[in-house]
Design a protein around this ligand. Structure first.
Ligand SMILES: [Ca+2]
Length: 421
């Protein structure tokens, strides 16, 4: 381990709650340029970057300018002109991960399914009763219902107060798990070590079944879709997470992956999100991210509490089990995905390795219980979650909120796509 891991000047993503507490306009110097070892660097900023407690140790992180200010735009080696809508020929379906899809059906809550009537409820009519005389199965408030099928998902919709037929059993994409709808406590308890004030606990209900990628998108998976190699940590290898891609770049990857799979684009030509009912690949909302990262746990990590809650780099035995962070990556570099323990739903590296972009813009929790929340769609600052290889333990907690400017391509910023099933 690195001796004396504490370095005062590090700039990870701004932890949202603190930024807001400071008036939402952290006095952070403008983008200070790249890191000598790895090119562009613009990690999300943290409190420490703003003159607060020293945060995580290493590599300078975060150099976001004031909110609304001009974003640094390091011209990383991304594909030329990657815009929000990649309609241009995508040759290959991404090879979405080794290891195969975990069977999430055994681990995920299945709130939606439990309330649904069996699909074949109408099939067992009394002998001699004409099929068309069976009473239609009335649907009430729900508009869509899911049930698990062999390795995948089926859906039916409410059509004029009567349920339609169950659709075909759609196999999950390779490398994805099924995450059922459910309810959870978003945010952290006030006594959680490392907590920030903006992590106000509230109940969130998510109503859609998701396919969630088990790992961060890797460099190979990026290249298979986009035919480019943007990663600053290229030497890390094909199974390391892609990074140094902007919000728009990620949306382009999602659209291209959707197109290759015959699915609709979830972002229009201007990059606007087409909503949670879009069935193509997309970024998760912040709430979706925390829900699947927790996988039913209520602790700081899915492996337990934050043991090193000081806002500095330090060893945390629970985090060691779950992810790559400042203390177990002495060279600051991300690691190949799925190198630490998966959470209960089969998802790797939700804590550490690279920060994960969400669909949501920067904003404070509005308070109260919420259903399918999405944060500020037009905000320049985009919420990121989970911490990265250079982050201190407290930044890697499930509840930690942070952000990057949408234009930034940072060497510790990646993503994990989802699909609504
Ligand atoms: Ca991660």
């Amino acid at each position: 381990m690195r001796p004396g891991a504490i370095v005062a000047a590090h700039r990870h993503p701004v932890v949202l709650s603190v930024a807001l507490a400071l008036g939402g306009c952290p006095a952070v110097p403008p983008f200070a340029g790249g890191d000598a070892a790895a090119g562009t660097d613009a990690r999300p900023q943290t409190t420490d970057a703003q003159g607060g407690a020293p945060g995580d140790a290493r590599a300078p992180e975060g150099d976001r300018g004031p909110i609304g200010g001009e974003a640094p735009r390091p011209d990383a080696a991304g594909p030329g002109g990657m815009l929000a809508d990649a309609t241009g020929g995508v040759a290959n379906r991404p090879d979405l991960g080794a290891g195969g899809a975990a069977d999430a059906q055994t681990a995920t809550p299945d709130a939606r399914n439990t309330g649904g009537a069996p699909a074949d409820a109408a099939a067992g009519g009394a002998g001699g009763t004409p099929p068309d005389a069976a009473a239609p199965e009335v649907c009430r408030n729900a508009t869509r219902e899911h049930r698990a099928c062999a390795g995948g998902d089926q859906v039916r919709t409410c059509q004029g107060a009567v349920w339609g037929d169950w659709g075909p059993c759609e196999a999950l994409p390779e490398g994805y798990v099924r995450v059922a709808p459910g309810q959870f406590q978003m945010g952290s308890p006030e006594d959680e070590a490392g907590r920030e004030v903006g992590e106000v606990r509230h109940r969130v209900t998510l109503t859609r079944t998701l396919a969630v990628k088990t790992t961060e998108v890797t460099q190979a998976e990026w290249t298979a879709v986009m035919q480019s190699r943007p990663a600053a940590w290229g030497n890390c290898g094909a199974t390391c997470p892609v990074e140094s891609v902007s919000f728009a770049d990620m949306k382009a990857w999602c659209n291209a992956a959707s197109e290759a799979a015959g699915l609709p684009h979830c972002y229009d030509a201007q990059g606007a999100f087409r909503g949670l009912d879009c069935r193509g690949y997309r970024l998760p909302t912040e709430a979706e991210w925390e829900y699947f990262a927790r996988a039913g746990s209520a602790t700081a990590y899915h492996t337990g509490d934050c043991l090193y809650g000081v806002h500095q780099c330090g060893a945390d035995a629970n985090l060691d089990q779950a992810g790559w962070y400042c203390q177990n990556t002495p060279d600051d570099a991300p690691r190949p995905v799925a190198g630490r323990e998966a959470n209960a739903w089969g998802l790797y590296d939700v804590h550490g390795n690279v920060w994960e972009m969400t669909q949501d813009g920067f904003g404070e929790y509005p308070g109260g219980d919420r259903t399918d929340p999405i944060g500020a769609p037009a905000a320049t600052d985009r919420l990121v979650r989970g911490g990265g290889a250079g982050s201190a333990p407290w930044k890697c907690r499930a509840a930690t909120r942070s952000y990057f400017d949408a234009a930034v391509r940072d060497r510790y910023l990646g993503f994990r796509p989802v699909r609504t099933l």
